[in-house]
Design a protein around this ligand. Structure first.
Ligand SMILES: *Cc1c(COP(=O)(O)O)cnc(C)c1O
Length: 223
């Protein structure tokens, strides 16, 4: 999306960076321009996927009173289901969030989940190994898909957004499903010829590639 789209009158801005499902990543420099331009609005940057190769804007929250960064433990910290996330922002924004929380539900996170979240941040080695492994598998998968004539958007997330040069995404989606391989397909304008493929283990990605080869071969012989 052109950055100008964020430089018009608005009641607040939420940007997921890297984006889902497109994987598109906006640089710190461009985000800062958006935050600066919209100094009268709250700008929320959802960094759910930031640990897979992007650069966080957390270091800049003290520079901008209108910037709120949110992250989750559900992705890079492998703790989906724990339901813990966190926000970094100017103290006035955080104070506002706390006020709402305390007037609605003061105990939004149970103490066991909090203990688990804390343990995750204490085990830096495990965190690093998981996120590096996913990025490594992602980078190994890209050239294999390219060889099969897929166009792949540059990804800094734990998934890829791909489009085949000849075969319609919905057809590939349905054929993969018959093999028990689930990817995401969105029947929406502009992205209805793309597939969102999560990065699994190396073995799972090998299986995916093998099935894609088979599907493409079948389709080509049909044509
Ligand atoms: C996963 C995700 C979240 C947070 O998910 P929770 O499991 O509710 O913490 C937020 N934003 C995006 C874009 C996500 O993909």
């Amino acid at each position: 999306m052109p950055l100008n789209s964020f430089c018009i009158e608005n009641g607040g801005i939420v940007i997921t960076n890297p984006n889902a499902p497109t994987t598109k990543y906006i640089s710190i420099k461009s985000l800062k321009r958006i935050v600066e331009y919209n100094i009268e609005s709250v700008v929320i940057i959802d960094e759910a996927y930031i640990d897979f190769g992007g650069e966080s804007l957390i270091g800049f929250v003290n520079n901008y009173p209108n910037l709120l960064i949110i992250q989750t433990l559900s992705k890079s910290r492998s703790l989906a289901g724990l339901r813990v996330g966190f926000a970094f922002g100017h103290k006035d924004l955080i104070e506002g969030l706390n006020r709402i929380k305390n007037s609605i539900n003061s105990y939004t996170i149970d103490s066991i989940a909090l203990a688990g979240a804390k343990a995750s941040f204490e085990d830096e080695t495990y965190f690093q190994s998981v996120r590096l492994k996913i990025m490594d598998t992602r980078e190994k998968t890209v050239p294999l898909l390219r060889e099969l004539k897929f166009i792949i958007l540059e990804s800094k997330a734990n998934f890829l957004f791909v489009s085949h040069t000849k075969i319609n995404a919905k057809i590939i989606f349905n054929k993969l499903r018959k093999y028990g391989i689930l990817v995401r397909y969105f029947d929406k304008p502009r992205i209805n010829n793309f597939l969102r493929i999560s990065i699994g283990t190396n073995e799972e990605m090998k299986m995916l590639i093998k099935r894609l080869e088979q599907i493409i071969l079948e389709m080509e012989t049909e044509i």
